[in-house]
Design a protein. Structure first.
Length: 446
């Protein structure tokens, strides 16, 4: 980065957030993208908007005690980072995974500001979670954990204040327990969480939204370059919520998905992954992806996560976790002829991997833009809750589709306007930033 002011902001962020490499990584990328913006609009620098935007408005950190099935007390740590409320109530998921610490929630909350802005809907940025590991826990243990987590969280959220949702390790089951506890504590039935079950205020198509949205975005990007999903070979990492519905939509759009994974390993099925089997393993049995080969003898299972990127494919959709594609994996994808990489997970490509894709001229869709369909549909769930009304699946899916095509257009337009045509990383960061920054300017410094 050449700009001395932006370098100064980054130095300050590094000093204030030691031991949080994921947060520094996310901030560095955004600040780099903002160089041409500062040159054209020095007011964002002069009025302190950039100094403010890298500092969360509020960090809530709390103890989560719960009793396991053996009667033993367990203690986890809970977080909610309310990062930016310039354009709407804080909005973003909750992640339950043993790797969660403040730096992970901070990076996710920071990314969420720009992603939520890109959706065009009135939602600010936030994120939360816990180092609780739902794997191997009984339903009753998960319920007691969720109730304890919400007992504290309920003091800080609300339908017009902060609206959490799911992320890794938080799906329909967890949202149900969290909602039940909020309702009990507050005696109020509002849209305080999204991703709710359909019988109690959930939106149709929210379950599918992130994966579907990722494919709508990728399709728009491919079409803009005279191509489409038809006949493409696709590799998808992960086998959770995002991965499953990305597979479903890519297949509907004419592609063949040949591989999926979990944190232990990946399966390769040259005939195309049998998605019903994956759903049965992951959504119904909460099992491991290697169980797939038990009734698919022609499929292969390999231990380890990174090997999935050595499978030749036209389109790669990383849908598991941060930094899952490093430089070496990116080079393997390029060598094998990948045409497009679109991020379903948050920050799945390292900066070095992004550099490899962009210098090879690969179409690259950054997470903030390409995975925004989940939170966009969450915002549609909030609208429906406020209206005490619900739209049909087709209505929600149609809105999601249009939102994703618009995000693609806005990100590519912003990249062009700031002299970086085709660079959707810069375009998404800039387009997401401008709306939030202008709202912050309008509100003044308090
Ligand atoms: P799920 O918990 O449903 O699935 C996560 C998947 O990723 C699982 O297959 C899991 O494997 C794998 N995974 C998780 N952590 C790791 C790890 N450290 N190393 C390797 N694999 C891992 O989560 P989602 O599908 O909801 O989330 C996936 C990604 O998408 C995350 O980055 C999330 O932030 C992002 N995202 C999610 C949205 C949503 O609406 N749910 C919206 C936008 C982005 P295993 O079962 O072995 O842990
Ligand atoms: O990363 C994300 O955008 C999410 N996990 C979804 C957040 C939401 O509020 O729906």
């Amino acid at each position: 980065m050449k700009n001395a002011y932006l370098n100064g902001v980054l130095e300050q962020v590094k000093k204030r957030n030691p031991g949080e490499p994921e947060f520094i990584q996310a901030v560095t990328e955004v600040l780099e993208s903002l160089e041409p913006v500062i040159e054209k609009h020095p007011e964002y620098m002069e009025k302190g908007v950039i100094d403010e935007i890298v500092e969360p408005e509020r960090i809530i950190k709390f103890r989560v005690p719960w009793v396991d099935d053996q009667g033993k007390v367990q203690v986890n740590r809970g977080f909610r980072i309310q990062f930016n409320s310039a354009i709407g109530p804080y909005k973003g998921g909750l992640r339950f995974h043993p790797s969660v610490y403040e730096g992970i929630i901070k990076f996710l909350g920071f990314e969420q500001i720009f992603k939520n802005s890109l959706t065009g809907l009135p939602i600010g940025g936030g994120k939360g979670g816990s180092d609780f590991d739902p794997k191997g826990k009984s339903d009753a243990e998960v319920m007691r954990f969720c109730q304890s987590f919400m007992t504290e969280l309920s003091k800080h959220i609300g339908a017009d204040t902060d609206v959490p949702a799911g992320d890794i390790g938080v799906g329909g089951r967890e949202i149900g327990y969290l909602f039940g506890q909020y309702k009990r504590l507050r005696n109020e039935f509002t849209g305080v969480l999204t991703g709710k079950g359909i019988p109690y205020g959930g939106s149709l198509a929210r379950t599918e939204a992130t994966g579907y949205g990722l494919c709508y975005f990728t399709d728009a990007m491919l079409k803009d370059h005279g191509d489409s999903f038809k006949g493409k070979t696709v590799v998808i990492s992960g086998s959770g919520n995002v991965a499953i519905y990305a597979n479903q939509k890519a297949t509907q759009l004419g592609a063949k998905v040949v591989a999926m994974s979990d944190s232990n390993g990946y399966v390769y099925d040259a005939n195309g992954i049998d998605l019903a089997a994956v759903k049965q393993i992951k959504e119904v049995r909460r099992g491991r992806i290697k169980e797939y080969i038990q009734d698919h003898p022609k499929a292969e299972y390999h231990e380890g996560c990174s090997g999935i990127w050595t499978i030749p494919c036209d389109v790669a959709l990383p849908c598991a976790t941060q930094n899952e594609i490093n430089e070496e994996s990116a080079k393997a994808l390029v060598k094998n002829g990948v045409k497009a990489v679109a991020e379903g997970a948050n920050m799945p490509s390292t900066p070095e991997a992004i550099h490899v894709f962009q210098s090879a001229g690969i179409l690259f869709a950054p997470a903030k833009a390409s995975n925004a369909g989940g939170v966009a549909t969450s915002a549609l769930e909030m609208s429906q809750n406020s209206m005490r009304y619900s739209w049909t699946f087709e209505e929600v899916d149609g809105k999601l589709h249009d939102i994703m095509v618009n995000i693609y257009k806005n990100a590519s337009q912003a990249a062009k306007e700031y002299g970086m045509e085709g660079n959707l990383v810069a375009g998404a960061n800039i387009a997401g930033f401008l709306k939030v920054a202008n709202a912050m300017l309008a509100h003044g410094v308090v």
